[in-house]
Design a protein around this ligand. Structure first.
Ligand code: GLU
Length: 280
């Protein structure tokens, strides 16, 4: 692409929590960074509810997530509770958009149906955070034809360009590079239960919602390589990326929802003030 010809788009950032539990300090710090970067650039912040995993997402966590983010000091001008030009902002209500993208990938020869029942198939609805990265798929089903009856009831993988180095500059972590087929393999884009994978839904939404910078934790850098390949295959403009350092506990472990004492609710109940928790 000729970068000299690229016209700067107005800054649009997003907060993309998954309502599978109460938000904790680790999430909130990332969201605070996203919020500040949007404000500093006079941009727009979007709240997207990543609720694809119907078995794990719960309505009470959606309500808590909005409440806790507001208490922490985040504010957004587009989202499930305020609507906006790219509504709906809940992934579970955007299935037709994902079906259309999947069909485009399938028609263009980027995908193949996969009959393997592996952990990565089971986990595909949620973002692979630290320790959740899948092993490189050995390619067992690569030769299968994409011309199948009722494609939406099968699992599908994206065929990565083996040996190609995918590179991007990260606003926080610097130069990034991974080799397709070595550092990550063919990954799930569609599940036979009729849902897109996190990778497909996230890439499509970031593009459709005209996000110009994705701010998230450093453990999702490998997902970014996959999402860049999806965006290219779909002909979408790619956003910039800013993968911030992860907040860790006293043992150096990434904070997870199981660290209940550090949930925003618990911190609020303990009398902590948001402004004392904002430090980057
Ligand atoms: N909902 C995803 C998560 O909780 C978002 C990941 C992303 O920002 O792309 O990890």
């Amino acid at each position: 692409m000729d970068h000299a010809m690229t016209i700067a788009r107005p800054y649009r950032g997003r907060l993309a929590p998954s309502p599978t539990g109460y938000l904790h300090l680790g999430h909130a710090r990332t969201f605070w960074t996203a919020q500040q970067r949007a404000v500093e650039r006079g941009g727009t912040l979007i709240l997207r509810n990543d609720d694809l995993d119907r078995a794990r997402c719960r309505p009470e966590f959606v309500a808590a997530m909005l409440e806790d983010l507001r208490w922490f000091g985040c504010s957004w001008s587009e989202g499930p509770d305020v609507s906006g030009p790219h509504a709906p902002y809940e992934q579970s209500a955007r299935l037709p958009i994902y079906v259309a993208a999947f069909e485009r990938l399938r028609a263009a020869g980027f995908a193949y149906p996969c009959g393997c029942s592996r952990q990565d198939v089971l986990r595909a609805l949620t973002a692979p955070h630290q320790g959740d990265e899948e092993p490189v798929y050995p390619g067992t089903c690569r030769g299968r034809s994409a011309a199948v009856a009722s494609p939406l009831t099968q699992n599908w993988r994206f065929r990565v360009p083996d040996g190609e180095a995918v590179e991007f500059h990260d606003g926080s972590a610097g130069a990034q590079r991974a080799v397709a087929g070595e550092d990550f393999g063919d990954f799930l884009i569609w599940r036979k239960d009729g849902f897109p994978s996190y990778q497909l839904a996230c890439a499509v939404d970031d593009a459709e919602m005209e996000i110009t910078e994705v701010v998230r934790g450093a453990d999702l850098i490998t997902s970014t390589f996959r999402q860049l390949l999806l965006l290219r295959a779909l002909g979408f403009t790619t956003p910039e990326y800013f993968h911030g350092p992860l907040v860790t506990d006293e043992h150096g472990m990434r904070l997870a929802k199981r660290h209940d004492a550090l949930s925003l609710r618990a911190l609020q109940a303990a009398g902590r003030r948001p402004e004392d928790l904002h430090a980057r």
